[in-house]
Design a protein around this ligand. Structure first.
Ligand SMILES: Nc1ncnc2c1ncn2[C@@H]1O[C@H](COP(=O)(O)OP(=O)(O)O)[C@@H](O)[C@H]1O
Ligand SMILES: [Mg+2]
Length: 261
C-alpha cells in the first residue's frame, strides 16, 4: 500500500454540489505526481479536501495515510502525521517574522506529536536547521527577518513556502499552484525546492493547470483531471501531449480568457 491513498474520493461543497467525483490516487515517497486540469475542474477542491478543510465535505470514499484512515481527521491531525499543503494564496502576517512564523508552525507539529504537550524546539537548534535549509534551498538569509508575505514578491512568497516545507519535513507535500501569475522565477523556486526535498523521506503532488512548471521538475506520474475525475494517467510524456494538444484532446472545451501564457 502506498503512503497516501485516495480511494473513490468524492468531495462536495457545503451546499451539496459535488465537485470531485470519484478519485483514486496513490502517492509514495520519492515520487512526484502532477495533477493537471483546466480551470474549475476541482483541483483546489481536491487539495483542500485532502488537507481537511472544513468547507469541503468528503461524501464518499476514503483517504488513507500510512495505512490509517484519516478521512475524518481534522487538518492539524493530518499535518502532524505528515501531510503538507502549500497554500495557493498565502496571506500577509504583518508583525510576524518569517523566523517566528516557521518556529510556531514547527512547534505546533511538535506539540501534536508529543501528545499535546508543548515541546518547543530549542532556539539555537532551530536557527541552525533553518539556516541549513535556507542554504540548501538558496534562500537569502535576510528573508528570515522580514514579516511574512508583507510586500513579498511572488518569488519570495514561494521561497517561504518551500522553506516551510523543508522545516516541517512532511511525508507528502501537496502544492496547489495558481492557474496564472506565477512568474518564471517563482516557478523555478518551487520546482527546485520540490526536486531538492523529494526523496526517500518525501513524495509530492503538484497540482497545476499549465505544464510550464513541469519544464523544471519532471513528474514521475501525470494525472489528467477533468470535471472532478482523473480521465487519463501516464508518465511525463502525458504532460508533453497536454502541452501540444491542450485539454481539448481530453474532451474539454476551455473558454480562453487570455491568461494562457
Ligand atoms: N468554497 C467554495 N464556494 C463555492 N464554490 C466553490 C468553492 N470552492 C470551489 N468552488 C467551485 O468548485 C468548482 C471547482 O473549483 P476549484 O476546485 O477551485 O477548481 P480548480 O482549482 O481546478 O480551478 C468551481 O466551480 C468553483 O466555483
Ligand atoms: Mg485551483
Amino acid at each position: 500500500m502506498a503512503l497516501l491513498e485516495l480511494k473513490n474520493l468524492h468531495v462536495a461543497l457545503e451546499d451539496g454540489t459535488e465537485i470531485v467525483k470519484g478519485v483514486d490516487l496513490s502517492v509514495d515517497s520519492d515520487q512526484v505526481h502532477a495533477v493537471m486540469g483546466p480551470n474549475g475542474s476541482g483541483k483546489s477542491t481536491l487539495a483542500y479536501a485532502l488537507m481537511g478543510h472544513p468547507a469541503y465535505v468528503i461524501t464518499e470514499g476514503q483517504i488513507l495515510f500510512d495505512g490509517e484512515d484519516v478521512t475524518e481527521l481534522a487538518a492539524d491531525e493530518r499535518a502532524q502525521r505528515g501531510l503538507f499543503l502549500a497554500f495557493q494564496y498565502p496571506h500577509a502576517i504583518p508583525g510576524v517574522t518569517v523566523t517566528s512564523f516557521l518556529r510556531s508552525a514547527l512547534n505546533a507539529i511538535r506539540k501534536a506529536q508529543n501528545d499535546g504537550e508543548d515541546d518547543p524546539v530549542k532556539i539555537p537548534e532551530f536557527r541552525k536547521d533553518m539556516l541549513a535549509a535556507m542554504d540548501k534551498l538558496k534562500v537569502p538569509h535576510e528573508l528570515a527577518r522580514r514579516y511574512v508575505n508583507d510586500g513579498f514578491s511572488g518569488g519570495e512568497k514561494k521561497r517561504v513556502e518551500i522553506l516551510q516545507m523543508a522545516m516541517l519535513k512532511p511525508r507528502v507535500a501537496v502544492l496547489d499552484e495558481t492557474d496564472s501569475g506565477l512568474d518564471i522565477d517563482a516557478l523555478k523556486i518551487v520546482a527546485s525546492g520540490v526536486k531538492e526535498l523529494v526523496g526517500p523521506e518525501m513524495g509530492a503532488v503538484l497540482i497545476t493547470h499549465y505544464q510550464r512548471i513541469l519544464n523544471y521538475v519532471t513528474p514521475d506520474f501525470v494525472h489528467v483531471f477533468v470535471d472532478g475525475r482523473i480521465v487519463e494517467e501516464g508518465g511525463p510524456e502525458l504532460a508533453q501531449r497536454l502541452e501540444a494538444e491542450g485539454y481539448e484532446a481530453f474532451g474539454v472545451n476551455e473558454r480562453r480568457n487570455g491568461s494562457n501564457s
